[in-house]
Design a protein around this ligand. Structure first.
Ligand SMILES: *Cc1c(COP(=O)(O)O)cnc(C)c1O
Length: 361
């Protein structure tokens, strides 16, 4: 279940944090972190633009974006240039070579493309070193197919307890933007903030912010600043399809890693790793049944997971089991589920497979 009301309230929380003058471009890559990009874009008419990771993702939401910028965030492959230009999308540009390729393609198509200079201030992934970006911007300014629209960077540690590194990254940006704006003869947008920075680094919110995970109701890390109250958007649930009572000594599922210590009621739920329920939760996590925690018993299978519902005597076939999200007043925070298996909420929501129907409320 995807709670679009919660999504909208989380968006309002971002707006409260950044104030009225800052543009909000939600990250809707990876099908809006598994939630459904089309529906997410549809319910955010107040968003000022959107961020994606591939041309196909940009094309999927292009109509709904309705003239608002759709920004391709990363480096692109040569064969992607035509699609970026034809779709009227904006794109990060990570070096002069890719700018030149884009310019050539724009010329062929008789179009101009808005580009955002991506500077690597410490992420160590893609982008130009700070020392190179001015010269790069000067050569790009001479390319007729390009319109330099912005300067962007990314924070690797904006959700850490120690924000020293992120603050140092942010500190170089305004001066760099001024220099670049002057060099290319137009004011450039400046954007850097992901959720961690929106929550904890107000000085890094600049003109535009690119929040993702916080809109979907999760904090990016246990150390991220708790400056907003985020409501879970995704609830992953499935129904109990079978219940049996077993005597002590009975084992459950592949590898026989769980053994009944007492007379136990074992519920089988029709969900497994084929749906994106991580197998790592085997014998680790629990699900909510009738608002109470039911331990996951034995290994999670492709299409089934077993729960020990011995202590939930009312549990019955047809009951919903919630693996993360909300069940009535009970909430199982996805951050806690992720922490139990050493991953992050992002991986859990993105991992929910196409087999799981997205029910929007
Ligand atoms: C995914 C992404 C974001 C959003 O990050 P969150 O941590 O989900 O807020 C912002 N900027 C870039 C470049 C990204 O790749």
């Amino acid at each position: 279940m995807v709670d679009l009301g919660a999504l909208r309230r989380n968006f309002a929380g971002v707006r409260r944090l950044v104030g009225g003058g800052v543009r909000i471009w939600p990250a809707v890559k990876a099908n809006a972190y598994g939630h459904g990009a089309v529906e997410v874009v549809r319910v955010l008419p107040e968003a000022d633009g959107f961020c994606v990771a591939t041309v196909a993702e940009a094309e999927e939401i292009a109509k709904l974006a309705d003239g608002r910028p759709v920004l391709h965030l990363g480096a692109f492959h040569p064969e992607d240039a035509a699609g970026i230009i034809a779709g009227g999308f904006e794109t990060a540009v990570v070096d002069v070579a890719s700018a030149s390729l884009l310019d050539g393609e724009a010329g062929r198509l008789g179009r101009r493309v808005r580009e955002h200079l991506k500077v690597d201030t410490g992420m160590g992934r893609v982008g130009m070193p700070v020392a190179d970006v001015l010269a790069a911007a000067r050569s790009m300014a001479a390319m007729p197919g390009l319109e330099i629209a912005g300067l962007m960077t990314h924070f690797p540690t904006s959700d850490d307890a120690d924000l020293t590194f992120a603050r140092a990254q942010a500190a170089v940006l305004p001066g760099l933007r001024d220099q670049l704006s002057e060099a290319v003869g137009r004011p450039l947008l400046l954007h850097a903030a992901n959720s961690g920075a929106v929550l904890g680094l107000p000085e890094a919110c600049f003109d535009t912010v690119r929040p993702g995970i916080m809109l979907y109701g999760a904090f990016p890390s246990p150390d991220a600043a708790r400056t907003a109250s985020l409501e879970p958007v995704m609830t992953l649930s499935a129904r109990i399809v079978f219940i049996k009572t077993v005597p002590p000594g009975t084992t459950v599922s592949y590898g026989r890693t769980w053994t009944a210590r007492r007379d136990s009621r074992i519920a089988t739920v029709s969900i497994g790793y084929g749906d994106g329920l991580p197998r790592a939760l085997s014998n680790r996590g629990f699900a909510l049944v009738r608002g109470a925690p039911a331990p996951i018993a034995g290994r999670i299978c492709m299409d089934a997971a077993m729960l020990d519902v011995t202590d939930i005597p009312d549990a019955a076939c047809g009951d919903d089991a919630v693996f993360w999200g909300r069940q009535g007043d009970a909430v199982l925070r996805i951050e806690d589920v992720a922490a139990a298996i050493d991953t992050i909420p992002y991986e859990l929501t993105c991992g929910v497979t196409a087999r799981v129907p997205r029910v929007f409320v």
